[in-house]
Structures are given as C-alpha cells and as structure tokens.
Design a protein around this ligand. Structure first.
Ligand SMILES: NC(=O)C1=CN([C@@H]2O[C@H](COP(=O)(O)OP(=O)(O)OC[C@H]3O[C@@H](n4cnc5c(N)ncnc54)[C@H](O)[C@@H]3O)[C@@H](O)[C@H]2O)C=CC1
Ligand SMILES: O=C([O-])CC(=O)C(=O)O
Length: 340
C-alpha cells in the first residue's frame, strides 16, 4: 500500500477553520479507480484529485500505482490518495468506496472494433466486479472498459450472482460521445461550445452511438447532409483517435475528462444535488432492449429516473431501429459470458 496523505498546515488557524467548515458541509466520499496507472487512469486520477467532492482517492492497478499515487498525492487538494497494486490489495482498495470507476483493460489498435477487445476485457471486468460485489457492494460503478455494450451486462450478471445487484448503481460511461457530439455540433452550428447540449442515446460502439441533434440546444438550421456527417463523425469519434494515435492506443485525455465529468455528476447526485441529468448506458425499459443509453436523472441512490427519449427526427428514428440488432447481440454476448 502506498500512502500519500494530504498535508495540512497546522500553523494556519485560518486554513484549519476553512478546512473544518468545508468538511462539515461536504460529505466524505471515497472514489476508487481500477486501472489507475493506464492511459485513462492517470489523467482521471489527476482530475478526481482536483474534485473537492472527493475526500479519499484509491488508485488500483496491477502495476505502477506507487508512482501515480505519490505523484498525484502531492497536489494540495482535499483528498488523501492511496495507491494499491496487485490483486492482494484489491480488497483494501475497494473497502468503503462510494464510487468505483473502471478504466482497466486493453485499448484498441487501428483496424480493431471495440468488440475485438471482448476476449481480454470481459475477464478483467468479471474479476473486478466480483471483488466489488464482495468489498463495496453499495458503491456506484462507472464502467469505462470496452466493449461497454457488453461489459455493463457482464457486471450486472456478476452482481446478480452475488445477490447484490442494484440496477440503479451500474452505469456504462458514454459521456465521451456527448462531449464529442457537443464539440462537433458547436463547430458546424457556429455557437459557443460551452452553451451546447446534445443527448446521445443507444450504446457505445459505431452505429449504436446515436446523437440526437434534433434535440440539440441551441438549435441551428443545419442541412440534412451536415446532420448526417455530424452523426457519422460522432459514431466514429473513437476510431478517429485510434487511427490518429496509429497503434499507441485510443482516447485517453478526452476520456479522462469525460469520465471525470460523469463521476462528478454521480457524486453530486449522491450528495443530494437536485436535477443532475447525464446520458448513461443503464438497465432500461424505454426500449425493448434491457440496457440502453439515454438521459438519466442521478440521485442519492444512483439512477433516480431514466428519462424518455423525447421526439426523434425521421433520420434518428431510422438510426434507432438500425442500432437495435447490434446492441442486442452485444448485450447477449455479455450475459452469456458471465454465466458460462
Ligand atoms: N467508455 C469509453 O468511452 C472509452 C473506453 N475506453 C476503454 O478504456 C479501457 C482502458 O483504456 P486505456 O486506459 O487507454 O488503456 P491502457 O492500456 O493505457 O490502461 C489500462 C490499464 O488497466 C490496467 N489493468 C489491466 N488489467 C487490470 C486488472 N485486472 N485490474 C486493474 N487494472 C488492470 C493496466 O495495467 C493498465 O494500466 C480500454 O478498454 C478502452 O477501450 C477508452 C476510451 C473511451
Ligand atoms: O474507440 C475506442 O476504442 C475507445 C472509445 O471507446 C472511444 O474513444 O470512444
């Protein structure tokens, strides 16, 4: 175990007063990152260290966590940071966690689909979720490891077998699709990106990613050709990065940003902040598919409400029907793997 405890200035009465008033109003929250030494894990650890809602940051990986924990732990923000390495330390890494973020597993190389990662990542996710069931069964889980369309159903099955499954607490992180849709839309609509909102529904792979530009705000009068191109670019955003990195992995920095945004929304929900709404891939009844990404209201127990899809354009309705077979088969693949 590698501990790097927050250093407080005992000589400064003002600072300790500030610290006391801060800690009395903001609940203690432990966040664990599994895969914390990886391409996503490291910048995500940095961003979570900057989040004042986190009081304890637990960094777990099978390698290299001492360095990451020592490095991040020197940052003078609220949370204490502890690094854990290897399966023997997983129990301690997870104990008492309120939120577990999972970016553990291998990334794509050019020419691969996310589903090509299934054989390696499914086993990693299965083991990590078995440990979560044992050591922090009440934690919210943010699944980043691909293929998300299958790893979330795997997690659900593992949790069901352990008898602690709560569908309100399991999330596939699709925030990067939303981040990309906002960025690409702002460019074409010529509006300030900070003001843009675009829901993205379905799943997290190729055509299963369906941005709803008809619901984008602020609305812009974009041609059908532009909307088709924006949809395709959002669906292929991950591949665009994989190809640009040319064999050196997939999105890490933008994913860490997106993962930190979604984790922050989960923590706000846990803390009782009202009206926290984000898109996420969750257990769902809004279509015939058992897991589906859509807008979700977050609350003290995780998912408070899965929101309706709202009105879709004809193009989006076609996209919705087109994505269902692939998403269905990815879900079934995950369920089958977890039960074999
Ligand atoms: N949901 C999303 O939008 C996105 C998902 N991803 C996915 O995130 C995953 C990680 O990507 P990168 O960080 O770029 O990969 P990476 O290879 O840089 O890092 C993965 C980390 O996981 C660790 N790891 C492997 N097995 C582990 C285990 N059993 N327990 C704990 N840690 C373990 C490795 O040691 C490594 O440090 C990939 O599956 C990738 O496809 C990537 C980008 C976006
Ligand atoms: O494309 C990949 O393999 C990584 C990913 O999920 C993304 O960047 O959206």
């Amino acid at each position: 175990m590698f501990r790097s405890v927050l250093v407080r200035s005992s000589s400064s009465a003002k600072q300790s007063l500030l610290h006391r008033s801060f800690s009395s109003s903001v609940p203690e929250r432990k966040v664990a990152i599994l895969g914390a030494a990886g391409g996503i894990g490291q910048p995500l650890a940095l961003l979570m260290k900057l989040n004042p809602l986190v009081s304890s940051l637990s960094l777990f990986d099978i390698a290299n966590t001492p360095g990451v924990a020592a490095d991040v732990g020197h940052i003078n923000t609220r949370s204490e940071v502890v690094g854990y390495m290897g399966d023997d330390e997983l129990a301690k890494a997870l104990a008492g966690a309120d939120l577990v973020i999972i970016p553990a597993g291998v990334p794509r190389k050019p020419g691969m689909t996310r589903d090509d990662l299934f054989n390696i990542n499914a086993g990693i996710v299965k083991n990590l979720c078995s440990a979560i069931a044992k050591y922090c069964p009440h934690a919210l889980v943010n699944m980043i490891s691909n293929p998300v369309n299958s790893t979330v159903p795997i997690a659900a099955e593992i949790f069901k077998k352990a008898g602690m499954y709560d569908e309100k607490k399991l999330f596939g992180v699709t925030t990067l699709d939303v981040v990309r849709a906002k960025t690409f839309y702002a460019g074409k609509a010529n509006v300030p990106v900070a003001e843009v909102n675009v829901p993205v529904i379905g799943g997290h792979a190729g055509v299963t990613i369906l941005p709803l530009f008809s619901q984008a705000t602020p609305q812009a009068n974009l041609s059908n050709d532009v909307l088709t191109a924006l949809t395709k670019r959002t669906q292929d955003g991950g591949t665009e990065v994989v190809e640009a990195k040319a064999g050196k992995g997939s999105a890490t920095l933008s994913m860490a940003y997106a993962g930190a945004l979604f984790a922050d929304a989960c923590l706000k929900g846990l803390n009782g902040v009202p009206d926290v709404v984000e898109c996420s891939y969750v257990q769902s009844t809004i279509t015939e598919l058992p897991f589906f990404a859509s807008k979700v209201r977050l609350g003290k127990n995780g998912v408070e409400e899965v929101l309706d899809l709202g009105p879709l354009s004809d193009f989006e309705k076609q996209g919705l029907e087109a994505l269902k077979p692939e998403l269905k088969s990815s879900i079934e693949k995950g369920v089958k793997f977890a039960n074999q």
